[in-house]
Design a protein around this ligand. Sequence first.
Ligand code: BES
Ligand code: MN
Ligand code: ZN
Length: 466
Amino acid sequence: MIIKIINETQNQECDVLVVNKFENEKTISEIANKYAVEEDNFEGKFGETYILPTYGQEKHRKVIVIGFGKKEEFNPNKLREAIAKAVKKAMSIEAKTVAFKLDGIEFDYSEQFTMGAKIADYKFDKYKSEKKDKDVKEIFVEANESIVRKAEKIADAMAFTRNLANEPAQFATPTELASIACDLGLETKVYDKEECEKMGMGAFLAVGRGSSQEPKFIHMKYTCENPKKKIALVGKGITFDSGGLDIKPASSMLTMKDDMSGAACVLGVMSIIKELAPQVEVHGIIAACENMPGCSAYKPGDILIAKNGKTIEVDNTDAEGRLTLADALCYACELGVDEVIDIATLTGACMVALGSQAAGIMGNDTEMVKALIETAQRNGERFWELPLWEEYADSLKSDVADMKNTGSRWGGAQTAGVFLQKFVKDVKWAHIDIAGVAFLESVHKELCKGASGAGVRTLLNYLLEV
Ligand code: BES
Ligand code: MN
Ligand code: ZN
């Protein structure tokens, strides 16, 4: 999909002209006012659409009127959602060229317009032998060129992440993630099993032992002149989570190819970072492996030694993400960065608490957590803070080691959070649990089913705003 910036979009020759209508107000199109408003009583409730033909009287073959709802309730997030709806509608009538004439909007809509149009354009059909070509090829809009181009890059990064997380585990292996990382044109180091052993990553390596796939520890680095800050992004990279010997029931395993969504997010961010060029040094870190119950698998009761020397009794092999993250967080903290942000499909408990409406966020620095929540809110994602009270660590006590890898079932997202905190040293840190939002079971606003690209928009904007 190409977005072209022009003046006077209503005079552009195209298949469809999209105009907006606020509730109880007229649209900019006379014919839409006549047919949609006067004759058919189309009110313009939020997200409603109305299609009308122009019988060769106009440069556009059809008009789509999109309801923007009440003007006083309208905002950039609603705009993005409505634009995505309009693009989907245009696709449904096989329009190839679509012009937008938007009117009466009291903010610069360039950014969220682009996000809405591009997100609506995403599909994962690479394994379909018959592809439905319903794509809109060209979009014409009156907008700010440089903002549109920046937003296009962020949307491309989201699509990159969604493709990776939608990819079946048979292809998206740790080795494949490492090779993708190496192709991003950044300074990248991939550590193999032996090198991870030398670094003392006993927790990460234990998780990968039951699989025939080799574990890979990936470190990508982006630098610029005089960075204002140094930030490490750590993504959970379990390319398939069977649960290990504490094997999951079949139905819970169905979507577990998505257990590398955190890693996919970090790769998506790193894929576009050179082009967006934020004024920060950014490290992308992924401990990638598969959690399988093979004959060398780690077992309940095993005691693992993490990179920082702490010992962990394995209580449940399905709480594997925090073990891989433990070593990855130790590694990140040793880089001497100012901030560490980890992003992970970590707990079913977070999904129970917040559903698919929000990611959970925890951290040791109120300002940083607040900034991330606000950036998310402005960019169409929701992060909701959960408490990291130290009492949550009580149930992690072990009789034989420094801690167990699981605690009480209740408050499971926070228990996982305080577990991770034991591997964070002298740095501002935030943990984002995307278990409920990374892979959608049904359409959610502008997002279709499947991988959602959770975290990409927020983290890229966060880096750009430093
Ligand atoms: N990858 C899962 C968490 C998950 C669940 C992600 C559902 C997406 C959707 C994680 O590794 C896991 O299995 N967590 C366990 C932890 C438990 C054993 C303490 C869980 O949440 O049940
Ligand atoms: Mn698990
Ligand atoms: Zn997992």
